[in-house]
Design a protein around this ligand. Structure first.
Ligand SMILES: C[S@@+](CC[C@H](N)C(=O)[O-])C[C@H]1O[C@@H](n2cnc3c(N)ncnc32)[C@H](O)[C@@H]1O
Length: 265
């Protein structure tokens, strides 16, 4: 396997995949029957999930604009998902056309679609990599081609850390990535939570998928920002992070926290 390739047998269509469930919920076409069934079960269990994923995408766009406005010219997006327009590089380029973006995901199907759609210039690249192996992600040749770790980086961990169990040490993973970033870098993170409703049924949908859903409370999500300084308004439900329009109806129910933080030292 190379960073741009995979074996056809690596695409598992026997189980729902987080990337394809999410694509279905966003109204995308890159999903299979099992993913759509899981998506429908999620909506039954957590009716606000469709507005929640849209709000998460809108948070992503606002946060990317914020970090690029703050001077970031290179972005490492881990858990990038199936291409969804506007993608991170399109959003970043609206602010500054010279931003480089390295996309990383551990799902071979994401890698394939992303390679086809996102590697449109030397400034954007895609790597197959697993967040649970942060050192390998940092050493990936495509990541290294695009990201100079001596210059500030925008690290995106958007709606991905909740696929790591506590045993997989998500805090340790974030710390390894943080320690590779110079001062002036940013962490943009969003994470699913059960703080606003009992979401155990939604969680159960993922027990049949290729990754489990690990909902975490505010205090635990906030700890992922150790070593960074959260910018205003801190860690909040995604629709309330620097909204640029009236938050959608039902925003108080949305089970995604989002925050942006700066590494000052
Ligand atoms: C819910 S999607 C989020 C996509 C995008 N970041 C967004 O917020 O719109 C989660 C993505 O994380 C990926 N993912 C899950 N576990 C991962 C891991 N251990 N390493 C890398 N990617 C992972 C999935 O394949 C999926 O594409």
């Amino acid at each position: 396997m190379t960073h741009r390739g995979f074996r056809a047998g690596d695409i598992d269509t026997s189980k729902p995949h987080p990337a394809r469930i999410y694509d279905y919920l966003l109204g995308g076409k890159n999903n299979y029957e099992l993913d759509r069934e899981a998506g429908d079960q999620l909506v039954d269990a957590a009716p606000e999930v469709r507005v929640g994923v849209q709000a998460n995408r809108a948070f992503l766009r606002r946060a990317v604009r914020y970090v690029v406005d703050s001077g970031i010219r290179q972005i490492l997006d881990i858990g990038t998902g199936l291409p969804t327009s506007p993608n991170v590089h399109e959003t970043a380029h609206e602010v500054s056309p010279d931003v480089r973006v390295a996309y990383v995901d551990n799902d071979p199907i994401v890698n394939t679609y992303a390679n086809a759609l996102l590697s449109d210039s030397g400034a954007t690249g895609v790597a197959l990599g697993d967040l649970r192996e942060p050192a390998a992600v940092l050493d990936d040749p495509e990541v290294r081609r695009l990201i100079d770790f001596d210059q500030p980086v925008g690290l995106l961990l958007i709606a991905v850390l909740h696929f790591l169990t506590d045993a997989e040490d998500p805090a340790g993973v974030v710390a390894t990535l943080r320690d590779a970033l110079p001062a002036g870098s940013f962490l943009v993170l969003s994470h699913a939570t059960g703080d606003f409703a009992d979401r155990s049924e939604a969680q159960a949908v993922y027990t049949r998928a290729t990754a489990t859903l690990n909902l975490r409370p505010h205090s635990e999500v906030e700890r992922f920002f150790d070593g960074f300084e959260l910018v205003e308004p801190g860690l909040v439900q995604v629709p309330f992070w620097r909204p640029d329009a009236t938050p959608p109806q039902g925003s108080e129910e949305i089970g995604f926290y989002g925050g942006v933080a700066r590494k000052t030292r």
